[in-house]
Design a protein. Structure first.
Length: 564
């Protein structure tokens, strides 16, 4: 029997002990030559599904088909810390070197006994495997993969335990790319990769002939590498369902850009269907409340003959009764199958109480601002209403800069001037909740002005989620609470530190869209290439609000602005 050269997930459901259902009736294929992205908020089940496919977990129901040799890289590598990198590379290419050794043995045997039966056929098979697997270019291939993942300058004798987490992660990815496999399963493969390494990985996956399933939050990677997406967030509908729109594991064809277009089309159709439903509801409610006086505005006798008068009265009563029964029956049917209200689009529900442009001075004015070993000397002016994106490698001082502006760090060198009347709020990179015993809505209500729309009304949570204790919510759901607090009462100066961390990709898109309409000043840090690409596009389109601060290294920084 020929082994399958594709992935197929059919009707898979899975619950962890204690009844915590993570996956429900997931079905989708990944054909050979396809790179399918698996997306969803943290806690939606991406890593669980990949573990099921890898065979580390067993589904409660459903079947999973995989190629015979499937390469798997987890989000956190389990490679032994005592092993040198060279041993890992050797293990990955051992099968290919076995082919080379087999050819050597067969060559020697043929030289000593050329007429041995079947020897020529064995040699031809081994030679064909060597050519198809790239055995002859193996050393060059190893060098190419290591260089492509930014590992060329790492001594292969170095034990993994002496490397950074990012280096270990990249070596795990390198071993997968070097190993001859029929299919690949990847969990957040672009973590710890710079832009050049991401581009290298995209090229590797494009050249791979087998199926690839990859879970990722990297929108640039998903848009560039994938030809299909599976969304584990049932977020196109609401509680109670909106047909197939709410099914977990919905598959979309095309890139991430195509996925966004498909979601928007579905959302518009949902809004249109809901509007039509509410129009019909109003009509039926009016009809159901009608009486004989409503139907017949005049009760003059149609004839002076008493029998005829009774005839018309009876007919009126029958007509009213039929209409009322029909309207009430139709209204009950509508209520049973009612389409829920579409979730609100993310937006700021308040604006700064005064126009910061009237201050007559910069919102942030820094001169030679520095924190030893954390932020290189920096001179910067941020004008009221400006939106500044701060980019740079880890350790370049992005978060430090925001904490300086927010007043959390007070020990610094240089000058930092911020108008006293300016209100400031900061969304931290990782939420640090002190009390996890309260529900999401309780925390939200306690920290927002009276009369603020609820988390449900803002489109950030379902009713059930909003009434769940924080300790039982995922990181992504907790992030929604933090985001909602800021959206409910935004400051003059909004500081966002990696704001898309832990958010679903759809919600990240809505946040970026909401920022475009926010009139206040924004300083945002991000390593997200998708955001950075969009920011540069805004600059190319002469958006005077969009500026960029590039913290290239600890010792040099540049501020790029359009001077036109």
């Amino acid at each position: 029997m020929v082994a399958p050269q594709h992935f197929n997930v059919d009707g898979v459901s899975f619950s962890y002990p204690g009844g915590n259902r993570v996956l429900t009736d997931i079905s989708f294929p990944v054909p050979s030559g396809s790179v399918t992205g698996l997306i969803g908020e943290n806690g939606s089940g991406k890593s669980t599904l990949l573990s099921l496919i890898a065979g580390d977990l067993v589904p409660d129901v459903g079947t999973i088909i995989t190629p015979e040799i499937t390469g798997f890289i987890a989000q956190e590598t389990s490679l032994p810390f005592t092993a040198p990198a060279a041993a890992l590379i050797d293990e990955a290419v051992e099968e290919l070197r076995d082919i080379e050794r087999t050819i050597g043995v067969l060559s020697e045997t043929m030289a000593s006994d050329p007429d041995a039966p079947g020897l020529a056929d064995q040699f031809d098979i081994a030679l064909a495997r060597a050519e198809s697997s790239g055995v002859w270019e193996l050393e060059t291939r190893i060098s190419t993969v290591l260089a492509g993942l930014g590992l060329a300058n790492v001594d292969l004798a170095t034990p993994l335990g002496e490397m950074s987490g990012g280096q270990r992660r990249r070596f795990a990815l390198a071993t997968l790319l070097l190993r001859p496999v029929d299919g690949m399963v990847l969990d957040e493969p672009t973590n710890h990769l710079d832009d050049e390494a991401v581009d290298f990985l995209v090229a590797e996956l494009e050249a791979f002939s087998g199926p690839v399933l990859v879970a990722s939050h990297d929108r640039y990677f998903l848009d560039t590498a994938c030809d299909g997406l599976v969304d584990l967030d049932p977020s196109l509908g609401a509680e109670g369902g909106f047909g197939e729109e709410t099914r977990q594991g919905q598959r979309f064809s095309g890139s991430f850009t195509d996925y966004l277009a498909a979601r928007e089309a579905r959302r518009q159709r949902w809004a249109s269907d809901y509007a039509a439903q509410e129009h019909e509801r109003a009509r039926l409610e009016k009809a159901a409340g009608q009486s004989e006086e409503d139907v017949f505005h005049s009760h003059e006798n149609k004839t002076e003959i008493r029998a005829a008068s009774k005839f018309f009265a009876d007919r009126a009563a029958k007509t009213v009764g039929n209409r009322l029964r029909s309207a009430r029956a139709n209204l009950e049917a509508l209520e049973r199958d009612a389409i829920p209200r579409p979730p609100a689009r993310l937006r700021f529900h308040g604006i700064p109480q005064h126009d910061t442009a009237s201050l007559g001075e910069p919102a942030v004015n820094a001169k030679d601002l520095a924190v030893p070993n954390r932020l290189a000397p920096l001179t910067l002016k941020v004008q009221p209403g400006e939106q500044l994106l701060v980019e740079g490698p880890n350790g370049s001082g992005k978060s430090t800069l925001l904490k300086l502006i927010d007043g959390v760090i007070t020990d610094f060198e240089g000058e930092l001037l911020i108008p006293e009347e300016l209100t400031i709020d900061r969304l931290e990179q990782d939420d640090d909740w002190k009390d996890l015993s309260q529900t999401a809505e309780e925390i939200f209500s306690a920290r927002t002005p009276k009369g603020t729309p609820s988390l449900v009304e803002m489109g950030l949570m379902t009713e059930a989620q909003s009434q769940t204790k924080l300790e039982d919510l995922s990181l992504g759901q907790r992030r929604r609470v933090s985001l909602g607090i800021i959206l409910a009462s935004p400051p003059d100066l909004l500081l966002l530190d990696e704001p898309t961390n832990h958010l679903s990709l759809a919600l990240a898109e809505e946040l970026e869209s909401a920022l475009l309409d926010f009139p206040g000043t924004v300083i945002l840090t991000s390593h997200d290439r998708w955001i950075r690409r969009r920011w540069r596009k805004r600059k190319e389109q002469k958006d005077n609000r969009a500026t960029l601060l590039s913290l290239k290294t600890l010792w040099s920084s540049e501020v790029w602005r359009d001077e036109d």
